[in-house]
Ligand binder design. Structure first.
Ligand SMILES: CC(C)(COP(=O)(O)OP(=O)(O)OC[C@H]1O[C@@H](n2cnc3c(N)ncnc32)[C@H](O)[C@@H]1OP(=O)(O)O)[C@@H](O)C(=O)NCCC(=O)NCCS
Length: 170
């Protein structure tokens, strides 16, 4: 019989996590996005964490959650305002184990708790399938410049309004 995989857990972001999250961000971009983006595009994208102080400020200004496996951070996600997923990155060594799904589940609940009726994300091309599987629908194709490189992504939206309202009409 195989051993059960350890279950991921969630906790809030602390400023001291910044270097670890910057490393997860860079590894995730470098190793998980190569099918859809060129090396130059990946480098430009990963360069967003070069200025760690700025990167940490950005994480702190949003609602950032960290996923851990056996107490070590393996992924993170952030909610901007009440209704936009700003970041979702999983370390390649932990990919495919439900970490991204757990983070996304939590952001969807937090967004609903903040009163959002729907949630949007500017999904990278490699993550589009992940979000589509969770019920996000493509709305708009975008091209953005990051550190001098053009990168395409797709704005996707999921309605959060299909849960039954407790005490509401039957
Ligand atoms: C996209 C990403 C967050 C997914 O994280 P993950 O932890 O590997 O995903 P999970 O293991 O939770 O997968 C959940 C489900 O989605 C599926 N899935 C995961 N990545 C997928 C993809 N790229 N395309 C289609 N389906 C995908 C899984 O097979 C799984 O399906 P199941 O529920 O039937 O088993 C991760 O690949 C990543 O960090 N990518 C690079 C950074 C990035 O592009 N982030 C998005 C910025 S908007």
């Amino acid at each position: 019989m195989g051993q059960a995989l350890p279950k991921p857990a969630l906790r809030p972001f602390l400023a001291a996590d910044t270097p670890m999250l910057a490393a997860i961000f860079v590894a995730s971009v470098e190793e998980l996005t190569g099918d859809d983006y060129s090396e130059a595009q990946q480098q430009a994208w990963a360069g967003a964490a070069d200025d760690e102080e700025q990167f940490g400020k950005r994480l702190a200004s949003e609602l950032t959650l960290i996923a851990t496996l056996q107490n070590s951070p393996v992924g993170f996600a952030s909610l901007k305002g009440s209704d936009h997923i700003q970041m979702l990155y999983v370390h390649p060594s932990a990919a495919g184990q439900g970490v991204g799904a757990m983070l996304c589940d939590a952001l969807e609940k937090l967004a609903a708790g903040r009163g959002a009726k729907s949630l949007t994300v500017d999904a990278s091309d490699n993550a589009e399938g992940f979000f589509a599987k969770r019920g996000y629908v493509a709305k708009q194709r975008n091209t953005v410049t990051v550190n001098g490189e053009w990168l395409a992504n797709t704005t996707m939206q999921k309605s959060l309004g299909d849960g039954a309202v407790p005490g509401g009409p039957k």
